[in-house]
Write a protein that binds this ligand. Sequence first.
Ligand SMILES: Nc1ncnc2c1ncn2[C@@H]1O[C@H](COP(=O)(O)OP(=O)(O)O)[C@@H](O)[C@H]1O
Ligand SMILES: N[C@@H](CCOP(=O)(O)O)C(=O)O
Length: 317
Amino acid sequence: MSVYTTVTPEELKAWLTQYSLGTLIEFQGIAAGIENTNYFVTTSHGRYVLTLFERMAEASLPFYIHLMAHLASHGIPCPQPIASLDNRYLNPLKGKPACIVTRLDGAPDMQPGPDHCAQVGEMLADLHLAGKSYGISLANPRGPHWWRKTARAVMPKLDSAAQALLTEELRFQALYRFEDLPRGVIHADLFRDNVLFEGARLSGVIDFYFACNDAWLYDLAITVNDWCLTEDCTVDAARVQAMLGSYSARRPLTAIEKGAWPVMLRAAALRFWLSRLYDLHFPRPGEVTHAKDPRHFQRVLENHIRQEAELRRHWVV
Ligand SMILES: Nc1ncnc2c1ncn2[C@@H]1O[C@H](COP(=O)(O)OP(=O)(O)O)[C@@H](O)[C@H]1O
Ligand SMILES: N[C@@H](CCOP(=O)(O)O)C(=O)O
């Protein structure tokens, strides 16, 4: 249960007087999520999500919140932050920075088919294109520097096979320069639990708190690594071709991007293998969610290394 900070009805009513959102009808803590405290809030004007930021760097919050406002204004189905009467998106609640955004309809679909993947690919390309006119930037805090630092921390916790794999993958990735790839704003965590569907129709994309500036192809690789995998952690041809086909119909990929695809899938697997290893071996005080299994992304990485030729064939669409 991720309600780290309890808010009483009186505290919320008082906080809401700063907004023109009508009167409070009900609110309820949200169990999912690990970073922040979230509440579903219903007022006489509609349905919203209240977030109290527990430990994210305060300086980066405007990047995320203005990004959602920017993308929503471009038709991306993401939460729209609500401004207070004095025109601010962030207003402290219980001593924490807090914001309120529109609540999107729908629910994640954890068993996606090619049609779901096609919709996600199209939405991701639209998100990348809409982000081109966003005026703020944020370097990826989970980039290669962070990989190396995190690898040093987790290395002693690994068996010798995993140590060898991690060492070799860092060496391999260091041979490539991501700066050569087209880049811009990326979501950076577009896993299935961050996309909502109403029936078969994509209705929302949430959780922009890893968004940053990086290679667009890296974002696509992160997304494929979650949406398009079979039970044995290999890439499913029908789903990946649906996703890449719809993505590239919106934003055609360059020859350099196509050449970099297997490297990027490996980089995306490495990033989440490392974060899961770190969360498992160094849980944060007060953390209430179970760490996700790092071995999943170790297997994904091993398979990507073995199947480079197959990964290159994704582009035959
Ligand atoms: N704008 C929204 N509309 C609908 N549901 C939302 C919205 N924002 C968050 N949620 C719900 O809250 C949960 C946790 O939010 P999330 O942003 O993933 O938290 P965290 O960043 O702490 O992981 C999501 O899984 C989703 O169920
Ligand atoms: N998608 C990541 C975990 C990120 O955490 P979130 O709850 O903020 O989405 C993973 O699966 O490792």
